[in-house]
Design a protein around this ligand. Structure first.
Ligand code: GDP
Length: 196
């Protein structure tokens, strides 16, 4: 199905979150993982452009995906990229304070799309985030970005290393550059159902 993306708002505090409505998909990952590029290919240039506007990089940027009859079907929540900083005790130590409550409490949040770079060994920072998402019972899918940069053998090896290092059964390889894996990711997104 074809959607049009509409920017809703940038939130810096829970009271600014849009009123809960349709299933929401959150996009998370370390800076430079390829989040803007992926959002760009999934939902059109607008999303990535808005999210990289100065002042909005520390916000949660919300986008509505509407169908042909302008009916809102999904909401994408683009979360601030987290840094390369040393492991911190809380996942929120380097994140604005409203991120953790968003992930823990948002009733319409149906899926967290957690991006990791397929060219980079498993990172403790990502493992820590996944452990935390498990602890708050969030559904997530781990997506390995920039898969086009790897040969077949490297791909197999790196994906296995990610599964092991991040303690996950499944990782979805994608490329914003070639479009590889995007159909599978869309299928995961469209299968999201929420119980309100
Ligand atoms: P963000 O900081 O997570 O939003 O990352 P960006 O989307 O800005 O991407 C960071 C860098 O990785 C840029 O130089 C992109 O061109 C590059 N990049 C992102 N996605 C891909 C991809 O699928 N394939 C390749 N080869 N490079 C990518």
């Amino acid at each position: 199905m074809r959607y049009t993306t509409q920017f809703l708002l940038s939130a810096m505090a829970p009271e600014q979150f849009p009123a809960p409505s349709v299933p929401e998909i959150a996009f998370l990952g370390r800076s430079n993982v390829g989040k803007s590029s992926l959002l760009n290919t999934l939902s059109g240039e607008k999303a990535a452009k808005v999210s990289s506007t100065p002042g909005r990089t520390r916000a949660i940027n919300f986008f509505a995906l509407v169908d042909e009859s302008q009916k809102r079907k999904l909401v994408f929540a683009d979360l601030p990229g987290y840094g390369y900083a040393k492991i911190s005790k809380s996942i929120s130590a380097e994140w604005p304070k409203f991120i953790e409550p968003y992930l823990a409490e948002r009733e319409t949040l149906g899926l967290c799309v957690c991006l990791v770079d397929s060219n980079v060994p498993p990172q403790q920072r990502d493992a820590q985030l996944l452990a935390w998402l498990r602890s708050v019972d969030r559904h997530f899918v781990v997506v390995a970005t920039k898969i086009d940069r790897l040969s077949g053998n490297e791909r197999t090896r790196n994906l296995a290393a990610l599964r092991k290092g991040l303690e996950i059964d499944d990782v979805l390889p994608v490329s914003a550059k070639t479009g590889a894996g995007l159909k599978d990711l869309w299928a995961r997104i469209e299968a999201v159902r929420i119980a309100l």
